[in-house]
Design a protein around this ligand. Structure first.
Ligand code: SF4
Ligand code: SF4
Length: 478
């Protein structure tokens, strides 16, 4: 290759990136949401109280002498008040997941991201952490100033008290979470020195996740980590109620005095005060239309309604509205009519049907479960002249709270009977017992080979509580 040959290079040219493409790589701008009061803020706090009273309170309620809700993974039993679920009851978990999915489809089709805005743990804990932040550092302007200040004893004191409070809440949240798997009173007694390695790991992990997500990550969890934000749009249609800015009414936007007539000035109702942007926890401007970052918290509705009230304009410049209702100017009656459209009616019908079926199945649930295993080691043997014996292992699970006694019998071959077992068999409340049983039948009771039989387990004094399990009895050839 000649020495002076031009080197081959790939030219670097500036990309014509759109603002959306550039925003994927921009550095995070810290958001300082302004406090807001109003109807929707009241609802958000109602959900904070409701969800947290349930979450923090349930493990402390005692039911039949034990923790009301306890997922005992070691014993493979889930206690939910009077119900005890075993691994065999996994169908109920499946039903619960299906119900949750349909409830999410239904509520999203009706009112967009109401779950995200009001009940999602990320929203709830961010609200709590923001409340702590405002109590210690002040509202958004005070917080912006504090962050811009050079280090000082005052700044250090405020920041450390905020983080100490956040860490305390996070640790208590971690302890409560683990308290659903290890009885919470035992857990507290074991802290800090007698705590097992798994409990320690999960308390710290869950606590760290709460601290990181609600204290530091906040809107980034919703924007970049939550998959729901990405696929919610497929559940929306033009009649889904979303948080919407009424551009027809608001534009052209612009400042004006309270006394000025906006129409005479050629203005719409938006005074361009940007309160809706300042209160937004994800820092977006809802006036730019529906954006995937919008979590549907309705803080901008409360913020804008206050402005409208001050200006003497009707409320609802930002409001819950569907695309169709804005374009076709629906009144409240017509909007409600579109809430009950075929899509939401089908979701509701499926939801009601599954709930009714699950409730019925739970109410009629037989608290007795029986598993029969044949003893593979000794299929059949002659126990006495003319008598054939087969051996089985019976697992009797009493999923009810009360201890029970059971009788065991078998049928399917003439003369078949249970031998050598002391009856009735006692099984404790919410307990399982494995019982080896021997079945005996005359050698000439039936033709040689495998015969289908039924082993019946019945609670003493409660004939409703009985199970018949199929198995086989082998009569060998002579
Ligand atoms: S635009 Fe912001 S404040 Fe308004 S609902 Fe969406 S996330 Fe909440
Ligand atoms: S709060 Fe209302 S009036 Fe103020 S900028 Fe937002 S939409 Fe306009």
């Amino acid at each position: 290759m000649p020495v002076d040959a031009p080197a081959k290079t790939i030219p670097i040219v500036p990309a014509n990136a759109t603002p959306e493409e550039l925003s994927l790589y921009e550095i995070r701008r810290k958001i300082y949401p302004r406090a807001v009061h109003g109807w929707f803020a009241g609802w958000r706090w109602a959900f904070v109280w409701l969800t947290q009273l349930v979450f923090y309170g349930l493990p402390w309620i005692t039911w039949s002498g034990r923790q009301s809700v306890l997922f005992d993974l070691g014993a493979r039993k889930f206690y939910v008040f009077g119900l005890v679920f075993w691994p065999q009851d996994v169908i109920y978990l499946t039903v619960l997941l299906i119900l949750s999915a349909f409830a999410l489809f239904l509520f999203t089709a009706i009112a967009g991201r109401v779950w995200c805005g009001f009940a999602c743990p990320q929203t709830v804990y961010t609200e709590i952490f923001l409340w702590v932040e405002r109590r210690i550092e002040g509202d958004h302007v005070a917080r912006i100033r504090l962050d811009a200040e050079p280090p000082s004893a005052r700044k250090l004191a405020k920041k450390s008290s905020k983080h100490a409070t956040w860490i305390a809440i996070s640790l208590w949240t971690g302890i409560t979470f683990v308290g659903y798997f290890t009885p919470i009173r035992d857990l507290l007694r074991a802290i800090p020195f007698a705590l097992g390695p798994w409990e320690t790991f999960w308390v710290l992990f869950y606590g760290f996740a709460t601290y990181g997500n609600a204290g530091w990550m906040r809107e980034q969890v919703c924007k970049y980590m939550c998959p729901y934000a990405r696929f919610q749009s497929v559940m929306f249609d033009k009649d889904t109620m979303i948080i919407a800015y009424d551009a027809e009414r608001g534009e052209p936007r612009g400042p004006r005095s309270r006394k000025a007539d906006p129409r005479a000035k050629g203005l719409g109702d938006c005074v361009d005060c940007e309160i809706c942007v300042q209160v937004c926890p994800t820092g977006i401007d809802i006036r730019n239309g529906l954006q995937y970052e919008c979590i549907g918290c309705a803080a901008c509705i409360d913020g804008c309604d206050q402005v409208m009230e001050k200006m003497g304009y009707p409320k609802g410049l930002i409001r819950y509205a569907s695309e169709n209702s804005l374009a076709r100017h629906y009144g409240p009656k017509e909007m409600w009519r579109h809430v009950f459209r075929p899509r939401t009616l089908v979701y509701s019908a499926i939801l009601v049907a599954i709930t009714a079926a699950a409730a019925g199945a739970l109410a009629l649930r037989n608290p007795l479960k029986v598993d029969v295993l044949r003893d593979r080691g000794a299929l059949a043997r002659e126990s006495a002249p003319g008598l054939i014996e087969n051996v089985y292992r019976l697992q009797i699970m009493n999923t009810g709270e009360a201890p029970r006694t059971f009788t065991i019998s078998a049928e399917g071959i003439p003369g078949l009977e249970v031998v050598g077992l002391e009856q009735p068999v006692a099984v404790g409340g919410a307990a399982a017992r494995t019982v080896p049983i021997r079945l005996q039948a005359p050698a000439d009771a039936a033709a040689p080979g495998a015969h289908r039989i039924e082993i019946e387990v019945e609670a003493v004094g409660d004939p409703e509580m009985e199970r018949k399990e199929r198995s086989t009895f082998i009569l060998p050839r002579n």
